[in-house]
Design a protein around this ligand. Structure first.
Ligand code: ZN
Length: 222
């Protein structure tokens, strides 16, 4: 069975990616990164999701990006309500580069040639590392940077949600039997994984479920 390293955040997008990789016949090696995010309920969610979707193993690697700060997710900067122009303060500097690099390192050790991530360029918040050109560039880098790229079968970076809207992602997840109740999307979720209902992540998720005509099992803070 081919192995894949799948980045799992605990949110709905990466849960769907995990299910898609499983459908393609990969043995799932799920990777989460504890980077100092505001709450750990999404890491708890990542663990539940990985188990529910049959991951062979799930690792959580700690890289404390609070050492740098610079984001509302890793510093004492308030998460704003949805909206506003430009790249939002919830952008974590170089986060996807850092996470894909960790996934790449593990993949080489496992002998896996496939990385999966939930990057999405449609209903996204304007993050520069969620663009198709970023994924293509990282794949080139991965093949230059590794033994697998030089001597082996090469590395493929899969971002199957890249061009899907949020509603399509919800529908795909439902088709694949993803239990969305186990996922946490909110930037300001409380310790029990209950969502705020007002941040960008909450807005995108709610709009996606509404557009798909599927009930959203998100639990909100009363
Ligand atoms: Zn929220």
């Amino acid at each position: 069975m081919k192995k894949a390293v799948v980045l799992v955040s605990g949110g709905m997008d990466s849960a769907v990616v995990l299910a898609m990789a499983r459908e393609q016949g990969f043995a799932l090696h799920a990777l989460s990164v504890s980077y100092g995010q505001r709450h750990t309920s999404e890491l708890d969610a990542a663990q539940r999701v990985a188990r529910a979707l049959g991951a062979v193993e799930h690792k959580t690697v700690t890289v404390d990006l609070r050492a740098f700060g610079g984001s509302a997710l890793t510093a004492d900067i308030e998460v704003p309500d949805a909206g506003g122009p430009g790249i939002p303060v919830t952008y974590v500097p170089a986060r996807n580069t850092i996470m894909l690099s960790l996934a790449l390192g593990w993949a080489e050790v496992l002998g896996a040639n496939d990385l999966f991530c939930g990057v999405n360029a449609v209903d996204y918040s304007g993050y520069p590392d969620c663009r198709p050109a970023f994924i293509e560039a990282f794949e080139r880098l991965a093949n230059l940077a590794t033994k697998a790229g030089v001597e082996g079968a090469g590395i493929r970076v899969h971002a199957p949600l890249l061009r899907l809207g949020k509603a399509d992602i919800v529908r795909e997840g439902q088709r694949l039997g993803v239990d969305f109740a186990q996922t946490v999307s909110c930037y300001r979720a409380d310790g029990d994984g209950r969502a705020c209902g007002h941040c960008d992540a909450c807005r995108l998720r709610a709009e996606g479920f509404a557009a798909a005509g599927i009930p959203d099992p998100t639990r909100y803070v009363p």
